[in-house]
Design a protein around this ligand. Structure first.
Ligand code: FAD
Length: 389
């Protein structure tokens, strides 16, 4: 049997099918997609798709790829001692397994009604609630929160955002950088340093004991990898499916790509779980090459270790972040006070580890190349946004 089973129905699953066929897999290809819809793009779900109905289905032609796409069929388990995936339709044997089950939003505690945004259906439900004058309460002033706030304001809603940190995006980018986003939130009733403790029948209860009445409650407090079905399978899971730099799991013949993968990064000397579109797009190229290379494959095996990249569109601005910063890095604010500001994070030895650009796509490209090259820019000149990286 030469059958590759892909568990998951998002961007990473679609890309892995394309890459496997492009690189010469001529055996069977079967995709288990828990959702009833063929793979689609998620970034628009908190952007354009909240303003109006949007079809974001990917162009991947599964028929042309001769891939057996099983919609609405989830992988429910993986046998520890046999190469079979369990589903409600029975067992599906495989010779190679690609795990691409992505991640799912963490809900707020409490039994009251709340929205998350992960699927097209989630976005459609939320869109229906974003009526002019509706009071929308968001939990989390981060990537999802900023985008939902942008759409809700545009649709004429009244928006309150509850954020436990001292500033928007502070958890991701640090307090100093986060504070620079505050002016963007001027039309939002932003409650900082307090969290939502419970969603009630009529709104949310906060950590300080107060209660906010809401028409719509949206949780934007993070995601977790969808790995429950792998329990007891022999695939190691540690905040994601543990894979090496070739995207191989701890179980021979099984690989993981996209949001679900916690991959070893040689570049950063640590394990990363990059929950961003670009990683789900590029990782499958490497996974397919490694799978098809097998033992007789190219030496050395291809490595997936790009400089991470993501973007977010908020309050009329494009935020772009490249790299990976750590607690020990020094941050330099670039172009402070100007419309096109940004930030650079330098490791203790001066290496550029990460870069944030606001409304400067070209700068982001330079920054990514500089990080890739291990650049050590002059810290004295970095505050000037035009200084070379
Ligand atoms: P997913 O897209 O999560 O797909 C996984 C799929 O597998 C889902 O269809 C799921 O139902 C299915 N599945 C789960 N469990 C099983 C199972 N047991 N069996 C079978 N199928 C299963 N990134 C950016 O860089 N910039 C952005 O602006 C941005 N905006 C975003 C906005 C939203 C609303 C969301 C949700 C994400 C956004 N992202 C953004 C992140 C980006 O979309 C993800 O990184 C990307 O979707 C990951 O792709 P994936 O295929 O790994 O996982």
């Amino acid at each position: 049997m030469n059958r590759i089973v892909v568990a998951g129905g998002g961007l990473a699953a679609a890309r892995v099918c394309e890459q496997l066929r492009a690189k010469g897999h001529d055996g069977e290809l079967l995709v288990l997609c828990a959702e009833p819809h063929p793979p689609y793009d998620r970034p628009p779900l908190t952007k354009a798709a909240l303003l109006e109905e949007r079809d974001t289905t990917l162009r991947t032609d599964f028929e042309l790829l001769e891939a057996d796409l099983r919609l609405g069929v989830a992988a429910t388990g993986l046998a520890p001692d046999r190469d079979v995936v369990q589903t409600a339709e029975g067992e599906i044997p495989f010779s190679t397994l690609v795990i691409a089950t992505g991640s799912a939003p963490v809900p707020l505690p409490g039994s009251g009604p709340q929205h998350v945004v992960r699927t097209a259906q989630d976005a459609a439900h939320l869109r229906a609630g974003l009526r002019p004058g509706a009071h929308v309460v968001l939990a989390g002033a981060s990537w999802i929160g900023g985008e939902v706030a942008t759409a809700a304001l545009r649709l004429g809603c009244r928006v309150t955002c509850v954020e436990p940190g001292p500033a928007p995006l502070a958890t991701a980018l640090g307090d100093e950088v986060g504070a620079l986003f505050l002016p963007w939130w001027s039309d939002v009733d932003l409650r900082l340093e307090v969290g939502v403790t419970e969603v009630t029948a009529t709104g949310v209860r906060l950590g300080d004991g107060s209660h906010l009445t809401a028409d719509v409650v949206v949780a934007g407090i993070g995601v977790r990898p969808q790995t429950d079905w792998l329990s007891g399978s022999g695939v190691e899971v540690d905040r994601g499916v543990v894979v090496d730099e070739h995207l191989r799991t701890t179980r021979p013949g099984a690989y993981a790509v996209g949001d679900v993968a916690a991959r070893w990064s040689v570049r950063w000397n640590r394990r990363l779980r990059v929950e961003h579109w670009d990683d789900a797009r590029t990782g499958p190229d490497v996974a397919a090459a490694v799978i098809l290379g097998g033992d007789a494959g190219p030496e050395p095996l291809p490595v997936h270790d790009p400089v991470p990249y993501f973007w977010s569109d908020q309050f009329g601005h494009k935020i772009q972040y490249v790299g990976q910063h750590g607690a020990e890095d020094a941050v330099v604010i670039r172009g402070r006070g100007s419309a096109k500001w940004g930030a650079a994070w330098l490791a203790p030895d001066g290496t550029l580890n990460a870069h944030l650009s606001i409304d400067q796509p070209k700068q982001m490209i330079h920054a990514r190349a500089a990080i890739d090259a291990g650049a050590k820019p002059d810290p004295g000149s970095l505050a000037d946004p035009d200084a070379a990286l």
